[in-house]
Design a protein around this ligand. Structure first.
Ligand SMILES: [Zn+2]
Ligand SMILES: [Zn+2]
Length: 231
C-alpha cells in the first residue's frame, strides 16, 4: 500500500507556510507516506505568495517551482519517497482550486491565466489533461467571501476530506461530490511539519505513483482509495 497527501504547503512559496520543503518531506516520510504533492498558493495571490508580481512571468514560475525542486532534492534521502508538482489557486478570498497534472512548461505558455475567470482556468487546464479539484468547498470561516458559491460546477474533482475542515464541512463536500459524480480527493492542507494532523488525509494506491501525470490518471480512473481521518 502506498499513501500520498495531495495538498501540502511550504514556507518557500506560501506566505502562510511554516515549514520548509525539506522539513515537510521529512515529516511525511516519517509518518509513513510514499509521497506528497506540493500545492503552494499560486503566483496570483497578493497575501499568499512571497513571489513578486512585477517580475517577468517566466521568473515568477521559476521561483514558484523552487519549492517543488527543493522537496524533490530532499526526497532523494528517503527510499521510495516521491514528490510531485501541483498548485493551489485562489479565485476569491477563501475559495481555492487544486491543479494536478500541470508542469512548468505549460505554465510558461499561459501568462494570460492571471486575467482569466476561474471557469476559464478550469476549462484551459482540464482541456489540457489536468485535473482541477475544488479545495475544501464548504469551509466556512470569517474570511470567506460569502458572495461566492461554495461549490464550483466546472471543477471535475472535489476535496471531500480536508484535515483542516470540520466534520460538517467535510460531510457537505462529500454529499456534493456524490450527488454530482465528482472525482473525490483527500488532502491535508498542511502548512507545518509539526502539525499533528499529518497522517489523516490522502489517497492510497496499490502501486507506487511515478509522476504527477500518473497521479492524475489514477485519480481519473478511480483506482485508489481515500484516506479519511487516518483510515
Ligand atoms: Zn495557506
Ligand atoms: Zn491549501
Amino acid at each position: 500500500m502506498y499513501k500520498y497527501d495531495l495538498h501540502v504547503h511550504t514556507s518557500a512559496c506560501s506566505c502562510c507556510g511554516v515549514s520548509t520543503p525539506e522539513e515537510q518531506v521529512k515529516a511525511y516520510y516519517e509518518k509513513g507516506y510514499s509521497g506528497i504533492v506540493i500545492t503552494d498558493h499560486f503566483v496570483f495571490g497578493y497575501n499568499a505568495t512571497p513571489i513578486p508580481h512585477d517580475i517577468p512571468w517566466k521568473e515568477r514560475i521559476d521561483r514558484y517551482y523552487t519549492a517543488y525542486l527543493r522537496a524533490l532534492k530532499e526526497a532523494e534521502k528517503y527510499d521510495g519517497f516521491n514528490v510531485f508538482f501541483g498548485a493551489e489557486y485562489s479565485y476569491a478570498t477563501g475559495h481555492d482550486i487544486l491543479l494536478y497534472g500541470l508542469d512548468k512548461e505549460f505554465l510558461y505558455l499561459h501568462p494570460e491565466t492571471e486575467k482569466m475567470t476561474v471557469e476559464e482556468i478550469c476549462k484551459l487546464f482540464q482541456d489540457n489533461g489536468c485535473l482541477v479539484v475544488q479545495a475544501h468547498p464548504f469551509r466556512d470561516r470569517d474570511y470567506n467571501d460569502k458572495s461566492v458559491e461554495p461549490e464550483l460546477d466546472c471543477a471535475c474533482g472535489v476535496e471531500i476530506f480536508n484535515s483542516c475542515n470540520n466534520d460538517e464541512e467535510n460531510q457537505k463536500a462529500y454529499d456534493y461530490a456524490v450527488k454530482n459524480g465528482k472525482i473525490m480527493t483527500s488532502g491535508g492542507d498542511i502548512h507545518s511539519a509539526a502539525d499533528g494532523r499529518i497522517g489523516l488525509a490522502g489517497i492510497i494506491t496499490d502501486r507506487p505513483i511515478k509522476n504527477i501525470f500518473d497521479l492524475t490518471e489514477i485519480l481519473k480512473s478511480g483506482n485508489y482509495s481515500l484516506c479519511v481521518k487516518g483510515k
